[in-house]
Design a binder for this molecule. Structure first.
Ligand code: PLP
Length: 411
């Protein structure tokens, strides 16, 4: 070894050049440092129900605890057959076309399946149409798998809804798929049926795969029913994503699923690729999969907390009130998912930089939020905060935000 350069740096792969995941980035790391130094941080940056005392329902816990000894070996690469059959049944009942257990893929969270679905699809330079703002794993995974994100906008002025004409105008020869996140993280928008129908027609005209991230499907704050995209797709290929993390309050179990619907003749080779990639990671965690059947068979979900008097609804109302009272803030009220996405008025603070503000809010006021620019939203003036803390904490959080905004204005 003597004489050779032992000091050459180990450099990361160029595939990571455009990959970011700010939700767990430098802000979160700085918050951890402050906590280790003894500072209390109000953390509203991650949709982690357990952090705010939302317990995983008892039937799910018992199912996992009772199957320790049955979970010692590897299992089917796509996940437990009985659990996949139960997921398929739910999706058939929702109107998905041609779904049975072989079209269901269980993963260690939806996160793993987002990556598998894109890895199985993309050739170098292929384009994926993503919402802006997006859940940033979609962008990261597109880059990691050699693809290129193209963004369709979901601005506040349109209630954070996409425009099907804009989506269609972005389609070119390299486009392979359209991603929808509904109910939406980070905006809280829930897409109406007629709008989804138009997007399905665009996908059908251009023979594109639809990828519908519905991990928040049962978390809605009004009586509008959630419209599963696959029901509108018929034979058009669609993958619907769901899981235990949010609706079933079990993020730590790391269980998600994706369901491939549509005409088998069009999806057979792609389905085989999904199976191959599933096999490369051997199988999803066996123990946690025991929670799937009780979850689908009526264990209480988080939805009970979104109605009048429910804890999530109380926090949502408190945030809406605080935003209304503020001279700096405005917001489209969230209709679903676990987040509020207020923005800062350009009249009050024309040069507002959301990341710089989030850093200052953390350092001076000890509140951790995620700035809108972390969700691939260029020029964002937004902040994302989760609806999970108790309503009683909201006044304190907004007092601190207002103080930081005043400081920002005075600078
Ligand atoms: N999709 C969306 C829209 C999310 O918000 C999240 C997590 O916050 C995920 C996917 C990943 O969820 P998990 O890997 O816990 O199933």
């Amino acid at each position: 070894l003597q004489g050779r350069s032992t000091l050459a740096a180990i450099t990361p792969s160029p595939h990571l050049k455009d990959v970011r995941y700010d939700i767990r980035g430098h802000l979160a790391r700085r918050a951890r440092e402050l906590e280790q130094a003894g500072t209390d941080i109000l953390k509203l940056n991650i949709g982690n129900p357990a952090h705010y005392g939302f317990a995983t329902p008892e039937p799910l816990r018992l199912a996992v605890a009772g199957h320790l000894q049955d979970s010692e070996g590897y299992g089917h690469e796509q996940g437990m057959t009985e659990a996949r059959a139960a997921i398929a049944e739910v999706h058939r009942a929702r109107g998905s076309h041609g779904v049975d257990a072989e079209h269901v893929f269980i993963g260690n969270g939806v996160s793993e399946l987002i990556d598998i679905s894109l890895r199985a699809l993309l050739r170098p330079g292929d384009e994926v149409l993503l919402p802006s703002p997006d859940y940033p794993l979609w962008t990261a995974s597109t880059h990691l798998n050699g693809g290129k994100p193209r963004y369709y906008s979901c601005p506040a002025e349109r209630g954070h809804l996409p425009d099907p004409d804009e989506i269609e105008a972005l389609i070119g020869p390299a486009t392979r798929a359209i991603v929808l996140i509904n109910p939406n993280n980070p905006t809280g928008a829930v897409y109406p049926r007629a709008l989804l129908q138009q997007i399905v027609e665009v996908a059908a005209r251009h023979r594109l795969l639809l990828l519908s991230d519905e991990i928040y499907d049962d978390i809605r704050f009004d009586d509008t029913p959630m419209q599963p995209l696959a029901e509108l797709c018929g034979e058009l290929p669609c993958i619907s994503f769901g899981g235990l993390s949010k609706v079933h309050r079990a993020c730590g179990y790391r269980v998600g699923w994706m369901v491939l619907s549509g005409a088998h003749a069009r999806t057979a080779a792609y389905r085989d690729a999904l199976q191959l990639l599933s096999a490369l990671r051997v199988c999803p965690n066996i123990l946690a999969q025991w929670a799937i059947i009780p979850a689908l068979q009526g264990a209480p979900t988080i939805q009970a907390l979104t109605g009048p008097g429910g804890r999530l609804e109380a926090t949502r109302q408190a945030i809406i009130e605080e935003v209304r009272r503020s001279d700096y803030l405005q917001m489209v009220s969230p209709l679903g998912a676990l987040y509020a996405f207020p923005s800062i008025s350009s009249q009050r603070l024309p040069g507002f930089d959301d990341m710089a503000f989030a850093v200052s809010l953390l350092e001076h006021e000890h509140v951790l939020l995620t700035p809108g620019s972390s969700f691939n939203l260029a020029g964002s003036r937004h902040l994302r905060l989760t609806l999970l803390p108790p309503a009683g904490l909201v006044a304190t959080v907004f007092e601190r935000i207002e103080r930081a905004l005043q400081r920002c204005e005075a600078e």
